[in-house]
Structure formats: structure tokens, C-alpha cells
Design a protein around this ligand. Sequence first.
Ligand SMILES: [Zn+2]
Length: 78
Amino acid sequence: MCMPARNHTQPEPAVLSECPSLGSVAMCTCGTMHVSVGGVTLRLAPEAFGEMPRMCQQAADRMMLSAEMTPGTARLAN
Ligand SMILES: [Zn+2]
């Protein structure tokens, strides 16, 4: 139902990945990616979803860098 102009041949998006402590990623039959985290589902175009790993990796890298300098988050840096 995310892109009404295209056909949805299956009632539910196919789950591609699950992380019990985080959420899941599913692909709708229209190609839209459903990213579910904490009860919220983001619907992203495949191109936008393709940018997610890079964006998250960069954020994670910077989080680790700042964690080294921030006492409260030092446990993240190991
Ligand atoms: Zn869809």
C-alpha cells in the first residue's frame, strides 16, 4: 500500500533481515523498503535504502570517535 500506483501481489512485505533488539527490514512487492525500528516503520525507496548503510556507518564511525572523548559513552569505544 506504500506505492498505490504499483501492484502489490503479496499482502505482506518479505522480511529480509531481523534483529530482535532493534527491528527488521522488509521489502514490499512494489520495491519499497520497510525499515521497522522501535514500533516505527520507515518506508524508503530502494535508492534511498541503498544509502542507509553508508550513512549509518559514517555516523557509527563518528560516534566511536566522539565516544573516545566523552566519558559517558566511553564503553562504546572499547
Ligand atoms: Zn509497497
